[in-house]
Design a protein around this ligand. Structure first.
Ligand code: DQA
Length: 144
């Protein structure tokens, strides 16, 4: 089973920006954590990408439909207003799980709504890097 993890805008600055919300570990540490948690499951291979561009997220989602069993996405701020990403998730048949490092429901009003959530199998938010581990376990459970 192979999983694509898509990290959207500004996640490359994890560890530097707003550590109270996103933690103090850097992005590379997050990527290594995700890969090591995937390896622990045993049968999950995982590729992790990061982009600051909406169109690239959409291109990666389209390509994933033929290459991956499922997707975990942290769409960053696009979560709250990108109908184009919502449409792309809807358009592909493979399961997509939404994740967030912070608890978006306990933050500013604009972050409490996810426009991509209705297109996703489920959403996990508020557990820091463990949100990704929970999503990997959930995806493995859905696909197995
Ligand atoms: C985030 C939450 C978003 O509201 C924010 O714009 C991000 C990160 C999170 O992981 O908590 O960039 O997706």
């Amino acid at each position: 089973m192979n999983v694509l993890v898509i990290n959207g805008p500004n996640l490359n600055l994890t560890g530097e920006r707003n550590p109270a919300q996103y933690g103090s570990e850097n992005y590379q540490t997050l990527v290594e954590y995700i890969k090591s948690e995937a390896a622990k499951i045993g049968y999950v291979e995982c590729e992790v990408i990061q982009t600051n561009h909406e169109g690239e997220i959409i291109d990666k989602l389209h390509a994933a439909r033929n290459e991956f069993s499922g997707v975990i996405i942290n769409a960053g701020a696009y979560t709250h207003y990108s109908y184009a990403i919502t449409d792309a998730i809807e358009a592909i048949k493979i399961p997509v799980i939404e994740v967030h490092l912070s608890n978006i429901h306990a933050r500013e009003e604009f972050r409490r709504k996810s426009v991509i959530a209705p297109a996703c199998k489920g959403s996990i938010a508020g557990f820091g890097k463990v949100s990704y581990k929970a999503a990997l376990v959930a995806l493995a459970g859905i696909i197995a």
